[in-house]
Design a protein around this ligand. Structure first.
Ligand SMILES: [Zn+2]
Length: 420
């Protein structure tokens, strides 16, 4: 009998809204006859998460009371804990043309795919600035999450949805894209009761591997859960990241302690609030813990390094079953002679390397993403203390294939990405 954490919400059962078989075929046919409303990439990601049960127990896009409760008090009108609004917006003209109780087809703006059918039972306006101030702690228009909220159309539409598509995630990321029920089945087959999720959107270097190993020491296994979605130019695509993790797991882990998976959601960059959302949907995936590092889901300097740790202690007890495994910044320290963190290592000097990536002096080995890209694309040696050779080989292969095609673009992206 599985002892995995139960799904979120009062009923404690997964609530996937995706239709299947004949029901799906009929709904697809019907959807072509309905009024079509375009939806953004964020709304599409949210719809897929509701479709696969990742956003259990939501049954559709939020109404005004749920939106307000969520923004102000982290909970929906019925008391269910929820840290970030999940809403859908339409132009005033579109909203005016829809009757209450009418079914509409939600169409992904980028692919043209019909994502779902929604029964509209409420239309409402929101105070966008209030949402930004509460959720993102800023109304600065340079913040990517604020930009998306401020760009929402005038009227929010609320009501239950039926989901008709997962886009091409199941085929494009075969073997890595998982629904919560899939992940739970894998964990149960392995006899796991406690699982730590490691959220990843960059390649896995030694610092992430160290986090994973610390988590395995205190749980039954780690779920390396990757973001599969839109990337910035120059980012490492998911398929390459998967190969790198495989190489690490095969050579440096007990493979029976690691499961890889991917999920379709866009980043909102809401820092602490998003850490809570990340924990919430990991609960649905069956994870008892989420590894929360420094500035989890942050961007720029909008959040303090440990805000995302602290917020787990500030929400009412019992809000979430999934707990934060709070970790500090990790790195290799030459003076310690091992992997360490800001919490354990007493040395403070940054390590200095020569042109070829060899150790010269100092303690802590800290390489920014930009420095690493430069070393990889210029064929300089990357210290084994930073990343295992099996991983470096794969990343080099990726950069050499990329450089032939978009060299200028890569360097433009690299210089603009110093923070991560
Ligand atoms: Zn040290």
């Amino acid at each position: 009998m599985s002892q995995l954490v139960k799904p979120h919400g009062k009923d404690q059962v997964l609530k996937p809204l995706l239709l299947e078989g004949e029901e799906l075929a009929d709904a697809k046919k019907k959807a072509t006859t309905l009024k079509k409303i375009p939806i953004t990439s964020r709304e599409t990601g949210d719809a897929i998460m509701m479709g696969i049960g990742g956003f259990t127990p939501l049954d559709g896009f939020m109404d005004h009371d749920d939106w307000k409760g969520c923004v102000k008090d982290f909970q929906m009108a019925d008391g269910t804990f929820w840290p970030i609004p999940v809403t859908l917006s339409a132009t005033k003209a579109d909203a005016d043309s829809i009757n209450f109780g009418e079914e509409i087809a939600l169409v992904d703006d980028e692919s043209g795919e019909i994502m779902g059918i929604m029964t509209v039972d409420e239309k409402y306006g929101i105070d966008k600035e209030l949402e930004c101030k509460e959720v993102f702690k800023t109304t600065d228009e340079d913040h990517p999450g604020v930009q998306k909220v401020m760009a929402q159309k005038e009227i929010n539409l609320a009501g239950p949805i039926k989901v008709l598509s997962e886009l091409d995630f199941p085929t494009a990321f075969e073997g890595i894209y998982q629904r919560p029920a899939d992940a739970r089945a894998i964990f149960e087959e392995r006899g796991w009761n406690t699982v730590a999720a490691l959220q990843l959107r960059n390649p896995m270097h030694n610092s992430h591997a160290y986090l994973a190993k610390v988590a395995i020491e205190v749980t039954d296994g780690v779920y390396v859960h990757q973001l599969l979605g839109a990337l910035k130019p120059g980012d490492i695509p998911a398929h390459t990241r998967v190969k790198c993790i495989d190489a690490l797991v095969q050579n440096y882990f007990r493979p029976e302690r690691v499961v890889q998976g991917g999920y379709p959601l866009d980043m909102r960059y809401a820092g602490p609030r998003e850490a809570l959302l990340h924990a919430l949907f990991r609960q649905n995936y069956g994870c008892s813990h989420l590894i929360v590092g420094r500035d989890h889901a942050g961007v720029g300097d909008y959040y303090g390094p440990f805000d995302a740790h602290r917020i787990f202690d500030e929400i009412p007890a019992g809000s979430l079953m999934t707990q934060a495994l709070k970790m500090d910044w990790t790195f290799f320290c030459y003076a310690c002679g091992e992997m360490a963190s800001m919490k354990t290592c007493p040395h403070t000097e940054k390590a200095v390397l020569d042109e070829d990536g060899n150790y010269v002096s100092g303690d802590r080995l800290l390489l920014s993403g930009t420095m690493l890209r430069k070393m990889l694309s210029e064929n300089k040696a990357v210290p084994a203390e930073f990343s295992k050779p099996e991983v470096v080989v794969l990343l080099r292969e990726f950069y050499s294939s990329l450089e032939e095609r978009v060299e200028v673009k890569l360097h433009g992206a690299a210089t603009g990405d110093a923070a991560k």
